[in-house]
Design a binder for this molecule. Structure first.
Ligand SMILES: Cc1ncc(COP(=O)(O)O)c(C=O)c1O
Length: 400
């Protein structure tokens, strides 16, 4: 398939053999109400006007596209540009999506919002829009993540959200998501579930992608203004995959060959504990959709690991699985150590402390840029800032 012929998902929410709606009967009405409302909102200019206005005046869009000249010079290859999603209000791309879904919740007159969070960025973004729109907010978060992302837990509470610790399983994002789905099943009438990535049952992967696609649209315009042409390579880290698809989607219809590379978390290494579902996973159902998941021979989901809570998920959005299968996007991975080194390198060369998640993409960018000529262009989506990770960073990097 050529990129310009790409039209997924189909009208049942399938991306080839991935995606769909694998949900209990009790959730069918919720999912189909949401699907219908989003279909209406998608065609309603007033919905997008309100959304775009808030993106500009509340989130601070467009975010800059920054030419990282120091880093590019140090690496000695391609010109590296950073799409500064770390400069969004609340510190990551997650607010683009949380805002869109909160506007939908308002349209549907839902007063209670639930969300899951890993790194806490989606939880903070959701708590933020709930404060803005006066909605009750409950955020499910794994007990392990509560420990490693303490500043974000405090932010959510300050914003008026209730943070519910999840003690089951590995106490990380997968378990928080399961708990949020359980809540939605038990409270279907009044509750709107704001999912934080391009995962879950249809229409979430499509809807979250649509809300994040602003990243790639801006990037395309900005790189043409700045460099007079489109990039050669674009890259982004992949947890569930929302910042990556947000960056890639606009470029999927290019006839010019733009290489797109998603970077998963290799954790301790691909032979050890990792979260590289696209590289090491197999097809299976998780959280309502067919996707690639880390699983054992019996189909049991296995433990994922990444130093970055936001990438620590044993599955990945169905659209990425399909794009990989079609060969339209390549996927690679970076280890915990490589991400930490990249984070340090970016901090010392450019004065930017990025999120540990984004550091995985920075690692790939530095390796790849070295192999490219000085007049080529590589764009990295810098999905978030590193404030939330300072505890982990201080434990892992020698600062003296
Ligand atoms: C800063 C940042 N980047 C990336 C991610 C990974 O999510 P996604 O793959 O949906 O962009 C997260 C998740 O919490 C995050 O906080």
């Amino acid at each position: 398939m050529t990129k310009s012929a790409y039209t997924a998902p189909d009208n049942t929410g399938h991306y080839g053999g991935f995606g769909g709606k694998f949900i209990p009967e009790t959730l069918l009405k919720n999912a189909s109400d949401l699907e219908q409302e989003y279909a209406k909102a998608k065609k309603d200019p007033a919905f997008w006007d309100e959304y775009t206005k808030l993106l500009r005046n509340y989130v601070g869009r467009p975010t800059p596209l920054y030419h990282a000249e120091n880093l590019s010079r140090k690496i000695g290859g391609a010109q590296i540009y950073l799409k500064r999603e770390d400069l969004c209000h609340t510190g990551a791309h997650k607010i683009n999506n949380a805002l869109g879904q909160a506007l939908l919740a308002k349209r549907m007159a839902k007063k209670r919002i639930i969300a899951e969070t890993g790194a806490g960025q989606h939880g903070v973004a959701t708590a933020t829009v709930c404060a803005l729109f006066n909605l009750n907010c409950v955020v499910y978060m794994g007990a392990e993540d509560i420990k490693r992302q303490a500043p974000n837990v405090a932010r959510m509470k300050l914003l008026g959200a209730e943070v519910r610790p999840v003690e089951s399983g590995t106490k990380t994002l997968k378990d928080a998501t399961s708990e949020a789905i359980r809540d939605w099943i038990n409270n279907p009438e009044e509750t709107f579930y704001i999912i934080g990535s391009v995962v879950g049952m249809h229409p979430y992967p499509m809807m979250v992608r649509d809300f994040q696609a602003v990243i790639g649209r801006e990037t395309k315009q900005q790189i043409i203004e700045e460099a007079g042409r489109l990039p050669d390579v674009i890259t982004a880290c992949v947890g569930g995959g929302s910042n990556a698809i947000g960056m890639f989607y606009e470029f999927l219809d290019q006839s010019k060959a733009i290489e797109m590379v998603g970077v998963e978390a290799a954790g301790e290494g691909l032979k050890g504990l990792n979260a590289a579902s696209l590289t090491k996973g197999k097809k299976g159902v998780l959280h309502g959709a067919m996707m690639k998941i880390l699983q054992d021979d019996y189909g049991q989901v296995t433990e994922a690991h990444s130093i970055s809570a936001g990438l620590d998920y044993p599955g990945v959005g169905p659209e990425h699985c399909y794009l990989q299968e079609l060969g339209l996007v390549d996927y690679t991975s970076a280890t915990d150590t490589e991400a930490l080194d990249a984070l340090k390198q970016l901090a010392t060369t450019e004065g930017i402390i990025c999120a540990l998640e984004s550091a995985h993409a920075i690692h790939y960018a530095t390796v790849r840029a070295k192999e490219m000529s000085k007049d080529s262009i590589l764009v990295v989506n810098l999905s978030g800032r590193g404030d939330k990770d300072m505890d982990t960073i201080m434990k892992s990097i020698e600062l003296d």
